[in-house]
Design a protein around this ligand. Structure first.
Ligand SMILES: [Zn+2]
Length: 309
């Protein structure tokens, strides 16, 4: 399997206070786990910045400018309670969004079979006009729109297994029957959305909230029995993954109990469906994951599965 891995050194320039979970070391932790011999066939490339046209398919120009202008020259600036800008944030966020588009380009044109973008800041809590939950631009939404605008994709499915509900992605596509958004997450955790009753205007939203303490078997059951049959019925042309690894039992922000090997099993289940419905096209985008060791090992298990191991 030809698997593309995208990252960029500038992701480290998006700074946060010392005690903030969304820290530069997250990308380093992932890259360190991908140094081994079993990853030598990974196709590695650098992210490129998102263009104005690409980002404005999701975020109005005035909102993008607002983020750019708010970023301080020195120090840190809080845009909401826990969502913090430093001098390098805007460039990092534009690279993270651009990486999502680059991954879509390479997967949709068949240059690679699938792709994983290890980017920060994350994206799935960002709505069209609101930054929150460590997120500024919604990379999964930008990827879906890019596939539709540039590659003739009619329908895109976004599957989100981050421990938190991707409220931003749900908001953006709530009234859009061409995009299916499905999420497995811990119930009643931040941001508080993602009840099963939230189904979108055309049944294009599917939420499976799990009680705190649920383990990998419960997540896999929700994926294989509920999420993936719905994805199959939707017949997407591309499958985008919002790949957060904060459902790991060691993660400080969530109370689900996955182990790193569960991410390989989940990934293979998603890939089996992608093989059947969309030529195996999977674009995976990093969301959360805040225990550095658990994040590195879980992301490595995910990438290893994407590579067909
Ligand atoms: Zn999360």
């Amino acid at each position: 399997m030809r698997t593309l891995f995208l990252s960029h050194p500038r992701y480290r320039d998006h700074l946060a206070p010392d005690n903030h979970p969304e820290q530069p070391g997250r990308i380093v932790a992932i890259e360190r786990q991908l140094e081994g011999e079993s990853f030598q066939n990974l196709i590695r490339d650098m992210a490129r910045p998102v263009t104005d046209a690409e980002i404005q398919r999701v975020h109005p120009a005035a909102y993008v400018d607002h983020i750019r202008i708010q970023a301080p020259h020195d120090g840190l600036m809080s845009i909401s309670r826990d969502t913090i800008l430093s001098n390098g944030t805007y460039e990092a966020a534009r690279l993270a969004a651009g990486a999502a588009c680059l991954a879509v380009d390479e997967v949709m044109t068949g240059l690679v079979d699938n792709a994983f973008s290890a980017a920060r800041p994350p994206g799935h809590h960002a709505s069209a006009r609101q930054a929150m939950g460590f997120c500024f631009f919604n990379h999964a939404a930008i990827a879906a729109r890019h596939a539709q605008a540039e590659h003739g994709a009619e329908r895109v499915a976004i599957v989100d297994f981050d421990v938190h509900h991707g409220n931003g992605t749900q908001n953006i596509f709530y009234s859009d029957e061409t995009v299916f958004y499905a999420s497995i997450h811990q119930q009643h955790l931040f941001p508080g959305t993602g009840e099963a009753s939230e189904t979108g205007v055309a049944g294009n939203i599917l939420n499976v909230p799990l009680a705190a303490g649920a383990n990998g078997a419960a997540v896999l059951e929700a994926m294989t029995n509920t999420i993936l049959p719905a994805v199959t019925a939707f017949h997407p042309d591309l499958l985008v993954l919002s790949a957060g690894f904060d459902a790991h039992y060691r993660d400080p922000l969530g109370d689900l109990n996955l182990v790193e090997a569960d991410y390989a099993v989940l990934t293979r289940a998603v890939m089996d469906v992608a093989d059947r419905v969309c030529g195996g096209r999977v674009v995976s985008l990093l969301e959360g994951g805040y225990d550095l060791d658990a994040l590195g090992l879980s992301a490595a298990a995910h990438v290893s599965a994407l590579m067909g191991h």
